[in-house]
Write a protein that binds this ligand. Sequence first.
Ligand SMILES: Nc1ncnc2c1ncn2[C@@H]1O[C@H](COP(=O)(O)OP(=O)(O)OP(=O)(O)O)[C@@H](O)[C@H]1O
Ligand SMILES: O=C(O)c1ccc[n+]([C@@H]2O[C@H](COP(=O)([O-])O)[C@@H](O)[C@H]2O)c1
Length: 231
Amino acid sequence: MGDGGTRRIGILGGTFNPVHLGHLRMAEEALELLSLHRCLFIPAWVPPHKPDQKIVGFEHRWRMLEQAIAGHPRFRLSDVERRLQGKSYTLNTLRALREELPPGRVLILLVGADAFFEMPSWWRFREIFRLAQVAFFQRPSQVCSDPLNFLRHHLSPDYRWDERTGHYVSDRFQPVRPLQTTRLEISSSQIRTQVAQGKSIRFLVPDAVLDYIERKRLYLPTGNSRDHEGG
Ligand SMILES: Nc1ncnc2c1ncn2[C@@H]1O[C@H](COP(=O)(O)OP(=O)(O)OP(=O)(O)O)[C@@H](O)[C@H]1O
Ligand SMILES: O=C(O)c1ccc[n+]([C@@H]2O[C@H](COP(=O)([O-])O)[C@@H](O)[C@H]2O)c1
């Protein structure tokens, strides 16, 4: 992903219900490994694949992210999916970012390995690989499929491993890069469950997020939370 000075923007989309230290550490390591100029955190307005999940309102997820990344010199929060409304399809998000960012930016979509191997079920997923590079992170407890077979099968048989750059490359799509990062076994669902069971989530989320969850009484069994509204 050599770029001769071009600014490289990492894009980390998620439901962030709530944001946790797994997300933040993954973004921090991506900054270094991919020499990113910025990492954009993009909370989904309506996550396309979580229709049945009870998700706290966008405003709560936004506020928690805001506090989690406050003061970080390279982390930024983007409301592009709020502005787009409707289901938050990543292809639409990338197209909108292409229009609003200065020309010449290299977009690198950051996804956990679980999300990466599910991408063939995303809306017009092949176009995503034309518009942006993709970097995926190993998640703990992940039984990993072979990425090269996966790319050849779902995108193009010409995908090959480039030892020099550490990317899977193709003449038809942008490079894809596997990243070895610190494995933190944390998920938003685990956090929600622990809060609902009255267990501690300290050191799984930033302190400011912990305070916010307690103050707004989020993730308590139904009926106990404050301002708990949908999308
Ligand atoms: N601990 C983690 N390590 C690496 N990547 C992660 C981790 N947790 C989430 N991600 C990645 O961050 C992105 C956004 O994740 P999301 O907001 O859905 O969080 P989640 O913890 O997976 O949520 P849930 O448990 O509710 O499904 C996805 O690409 C996901 O794979
Ligand atoms: O574009 C799609 O069809 C699509 C389907 C599922 C998930 N995504 C995106 O993937 C990111 C992680 O999603 P999730 O559901 O694991 O929070 C988030 O930015 C979603 O908008 C995108």
